[in-house]
Design a protein around this ligand. Structure first.
Ligand SMILES: Cc1cc2nc3c(=O)[nH]c(=O)nc-3n(C[C@H](O)[C@H](O)[C@H](O)COP(=O)(O)OP(=O)(O)OC[C@H]3O[C@@H](n4cnc5c(N)ncnc54)[C@H](O)[C@@H]3O)c2cc1C
Length: 465
């Protein structure tokens, strides 16, 4: 059978693309190498507890019709109520000598920043208004350093670090900087449109997407990896699966990532020797009480113990001085099971973890515990110490992320080379997801929808008699 479209990967971008294709009567098939869907944002059960792989916060949570999440849900015909969103109570950006709180009311961030940096009050207000009115360009934009742009507007390195800490952690593949376009998207997503958590975690969102996918008649095949993208000259015509069978289609959409998709086309990516891949070590602590009972009352806490931002690789397997704490219980209306969790995320060095894996299971497991303990001990100098309350702990590393998503080096935010039009040089093939340039859960869904609208549905409309 010939398909209208084959979609590689059933992460958030692939699921959204599949729904959109099905809604318009396209014969589409989602191909997912793993047993579960969700990709970087999947779920699992361990020792009787349900965990999310990657959910800290759903961005763009505003219920305004113009909000990005509202637009995504309308495009997918998913009612907002299906997500059971609980807004954050409040969150914090903390360095050893300053803290800035924010909530879903952007006025709190503005007043906190103005209080911490009174000399920059006017420049901050101008920046906030500029970003609020900014609309991302439809055409691909060249990279520009957010650090340089912010420094030019605000003139204060420390204030720039405060703004880069959360935005780097929620979307940058670069060390201590982020692309200016991505910064503005993330600033709007996090600070202006606000964050929330679905009651039930990522399963609630994934269930809503999967139910809708099935209702639209799009098939999802799990345990079904794509080994190669089939080319006819410079045109993608189908895929070869891990079992050797071949499928053909007019369009192939890939959420595997830029370098990974080029490799599927038989092209060797050319890594930039100056660039170091960033990945995460993530620890999930289940406590004997809620974190709020210990005074850990932020929904998300972005922190840095060093004087300057250190969102960067360390020669050691992890960089414990800078990270994120995420407490699902500090959102409104959450399930009791999640209310006792603290997730801690720090930067990890993929190469060091590769070496640890090579030394065998025992050393790898011991290193996971050691680096998780180092990260928790470091955070205890800035936050209430929760360690004595940990009943259960699970830790994952760049190796886990690479194994479950196929992303080289466990890269969470993909390649710095984003392709806004999804074009990687082959007709009939488009990137969707992180490397198309829209970040996070909501961005990934938007990417899947946008590429289908522009390159599959519009193409079909143009060729209609
Ligand atoms: C620890 C962590 C925390 C995060 N926290 C948040 C958060 O709080 N909020 C937020 O908005 N975002 C968060 N993110 C980011 C978010 O998860 C991603 O931006 C988003 O899920 C990316 O979706 P995607 O569809 O682009 O790609 P992916 O989720 O990577 O999906 C790609 C899919 O393709 C499959 N695949 C790859 N190659 C093949 C192949 N050859 N054949 C078949 N299948 C293949 C993979 O198995 C995978 O399922 C987090 C990520 C991590 C890792």
């Amino acid at each position: 059978m010939r398909y209208d479209a084959l979609v590689i990967g059933a992460g958030l971008s692939g699921l959204a693309a599949g729904i959109r294709l099905g809604m318009y009567g396209k014969q589409a098939l989602l191909l997912e190498r793993h047993a579960l869907w969700g990709g970087l944002n999947s779920f699992y059960r361990l020792r009787g507890r349900r965990h999310d792989v990657g959910l800290h916060a759903l961005t763009n949570a505003t219920s305004a019709r113009t909000g990005v999440l509202s637009r995504v849900l309308r495009q997918l015909r998913i009612p907002r109520e299906a997500l059971q969103l609980g807004p954050q109570l409040r969150s914090v950006i903390r360095f050893s000598d300053l803290e800035v709180w924010f909530s879903n009311d952007p006025a709190l961030l503005e007043s906190e920043l103005a209080a911490a940096f009174p000399a920059r009050r006017d420049a901050l207000a101008t920046l906030s208004a500029e970003i609020a009115n900014w609309v991302p360009e439809a055409r691909p934009m060249p990279f520009a350093s957010a650090r340089a742009e912010l420094l030019r507007r605000l003139g204060d390195e420390r204030l720039v670090d405060v703004l880069l800490l959360p935005t780097c952690y929620y979307g940058s593949p670069l060390e201590n900087d982020i692309d200016w376009t991505q910064f503005r998207i993330l600033y709007q997503s996090l600070f202006l449109e606000g964050i929330a958590r679905p009651r039930g975690g990522i399963r609630t969102l994934l269930t809503a997407l999967k139910t809708r996918l099935e209702a639209c008649g799009t098939e999802l095949r799990t345990n079904c990896g794509v080994e190669r993208i089939l080319l006819d000259g410079a045109r993608a015509v189908g895929v070869r699966l891990d079992d050797g069978s071949e499928l053909f289609a007019d369009h192939v959409l890939s959420s595997a990532g830029l370098d990974e998709t080029l490799a599927l086309c038989g092209r060797k990516p050319e890594p930039d020797p100056a660039r170091r891949d960033l990945s995460f070590l993530e620890s999930i602590h289940a406590l004997d009480c809620t974190p709020a009972a210990l005074g850990l009352d932020a929904a998300v806490a972005f922190y840095c113990l060093a004087d300057r931002l250190c969102y960067a690789q360390n020669e050691a397997p992890t960089e414990p001085r800078c990270g994120v704490l995420s407490c699902p219980g500090n959102y409104a209306d959450q399930e009791p099971e999640a209310a006792v969790l603290v997730r801690q995320t720090v930067i990890a060095n993929p190469q060091r973890w590769r070496e640890l894996v090579a030394r065998g299971d025992e050393e790898y497991r011991a290193a996971k515990l050691e680096h998780s303990a180092r990260a928790a001990a470091a955070a205890a100098s800035l936050f209430p110490d929760w360690r004595a309350h940990t009943l259960d702990l699970d830790v994952f590393t760049p190796r886990t992320i690479e194994h479950y998503t196929g992303h080289v080096n466990g890269r969470v935010y993909g390649s710095p080379d984003k392709r806004q039009d999804g074009d990687i040089g082959f007709e009939g093939l488009r990137l969707i997801g992180t490397d198309q340039g829209y970040l996070g859960i909501v961005g990934a869904m938007m990417s899947g929808i946008g590429i289908v609208n522009r390159h599959v549905l519009a193409a079909a409309a143009e060729s209609a008699p």
